[in-house]
Write a protein that binds this ligand. Structure first.
Ligand code: HEC
Length: 182
């Protein structure tokens, strides 16, 4: 075989192999299912920000545009929803008290200090016990510095969203946004 023909044959085998893997690899619960898209800051829609003076942070809530367009009041959130919560530190005075802008809102420092995500896909959630399972949602955390996944326990994510929001498709602000009269 000539070298280019060999390379082409190899490429076909590699492509078939990965396609077969993608088809046969079963869903397994866990944060690894969620990918942070490289272009999320350009593409995603920031539908609200939440001031948390108690924690001296501002939470920016983003959702992918496909899900944003499909949000409907009273309906479960659409499959394919990827909600991203990116926190910023609030500016404080010398005494450590939060400062407010002219509208009474917290003033964000530029950088993100934490990134949390929740994503819903058909068939996800299988394998979590009833004390944890959030329908078809998965949760993940990402490094604000480089977007890589932050390993660590996510039990609290599941239990808090389950206990507070089981009737709202396990969502806080995305659900509230979809159900707010506009
Ligand atoms: C103690 C309760 C609690 C825990 C634990 C928790 N959340 Fe949340 N989450 C909230 C609340 C409340 C909001 C709405 C924003 C706010 O008020 O701070 C929220 C909002 C979100 C949002 C934005 C979309 C939405 O539903 O509003 C994402 C994404 C999210 N949380 C992911 C996570 C992840 C990932 C974890 C675990 C690392 C986690 N949460 C842990 C209570 C919790």
């Amino acid at each position: 075989m000539t070298r280019p023909a060999f390379l082409a044959a190899f490429a076909v085998v590699a492509a078939l192999g990965s396609a077969a893997m993608a088809q046969t690899r079963p869903y397994a619960p866990g944060a690894h299912n969620i990918e942070l898209p490289a272009d999320w800051q350009q593409r995603f829609i920031r539908y609200t920000t939440v001031d948390r003076p108690d924690r001296k942070i501002i939470r920016n809530m983003y959702v992918n545009p496909e899900a944003y367009a499909a949000l409907r009041a009273g309906q479960p959130l659409p499959y394919g929803t990827l909600a991203i919560m990116a926190d910023q530190r609030a500016r404080v005075d010398a005494a450590g008290n939060v400062l407010l802008d002219g509208n009474g809102r917290l003033i964000p420092e530029p950088a993100f200090i934490a990134i949390a995500a929740q994503q819903k896909e058909r068939g996800w959630g299988e394998g979590y016990g009833p004390e944890l399972r959030n329908g078809e949602w998965e949760y993940a955390r990402f490094s604000p510095a480089n977007g890589t996944r932050v390993e660590g326990p996510l039990t609290a994510c599941f239990t808090c969203h389950l206990q507070a929001r089981a009737q709202q498709d396990f969502s806080f602000s995305t659900w509230d946004y979809a159900n707010r009269s506009r």
